[in-house]
Design a protein around this ligand. Structure first.
Ligand code: SAH
Length: 240
């Protein structure tokens, strides 16, 4: 006789319940659990991120699955990492900060420009109703789609296209997040934001500012800068 559970059927039910209770990213072998907890304490909470939903999201999404194999050991380090095609997955703190600045709610529909690895989308996936994400590099978009599907982040839709055009068929959005930096906020994206909505983006060439744009109910927009950041530039795939 082996050492298996005495009642295999009940054991399987227990595992199924555990998976349901802990969400799609559950896996028995979570060797990065400690690294993720340290990231949360030292990089995220220590720097003032206090939104409970954001902290839960950062604690649950397994960043090691979003970085290339050769960088897996550094998945929870305090910086951006290369994901190929000259692009990067953002520093965990910046992902957390931008997510907190978005003030996400469970009924929100969010547009993301710059899917990249899909990590930011996965974080948002746990907090909002739907994410529509546009990626200009087809290979990145396809691999992010596959990764998000495998990990069970079912409310993220990725489209290959030019983020400067937004996603008109899906507009308007409650929130918009840009993870590549345009020289200035594209007016088309402001148009695709609902009145009462918010857009968070790195803005500028070279020296960039993390910027929050609020669109009031009457359509009037206000802008504030939060902090200097360094993102990859938003590419121009089409001439506006
Ligand atoms: N959110 C990503 C970070 C990606 S880095 C993550 O969590 O991993 C920025 C991404 O923006 C890159 O993948 C880049 O290819 C993409 N990008 C750059 N210019 C773009 C454009 N005009 N439209 C859509 N995506 C763009």
């Amino acid at each position: 006789m082996g050492e298996g559970p005495r009642n295999p059927e009940r054991f399987n039910t227990f595992i199924a319940a555990l998976i349901l209770a802990t969400g799609p990213a559950f896996c028995l072998d979570d060797s990065f659990h400690g690294a993720r907890e340290r990231m949360l304490a030292d990089q995220i909470q220590a720097r003032g991120i206090n939104n409970a939903g954001v902290l839960r999201a950062m604690a649950s999404v397994r960043r090691e699955f979003f970085v290339p194999d050769e960088f897996r050991a550094e998945a929870y380090s305090d910086g951006a990492l290369p994901i190929g095609w000259g692009q990067t997955i953002s520093q965990p703190f910046i992902v957390a900060l931008m997510t907190q600045l978005l003030e996400p709610a469970s009924d929100h529909r969010v547009l993301e420009i710059g899917t990249g690895s899909g990590y930011q989308a996965a974080i948002l996936s746990t907090l909002v109703k739907e994410i529509d994400s546009v990626e200009v590099v087809a290979e990145l978009g396809h691999s992010a789609t596959e990764r998000l599907r495998k990990l069970g982040y079912a409310n993220v839709l990725v489209r290959i296209g030019d983020g400067y055009l937004g996603w008109p068929e899906k507009a308007p959005f409650d929130r918009i997040i840009l993870t590549a930096s345009p020289p200035e906020i594209p007016p088309v994206l402001i148009e695709q934001l609902k009145p009462g909505g918010r857009l968070v983006a790195p803005v500028g060439i070279g020296m960039q500012e993390l910027t929050v744009l609020d669109k009031a109910k009457n359509g009037k927009t206000t802008i504030r800068s939060v902090l200097p950041v360094r993102f990859v530039p938003m590419k121009r795939a089409t001439v506006p």
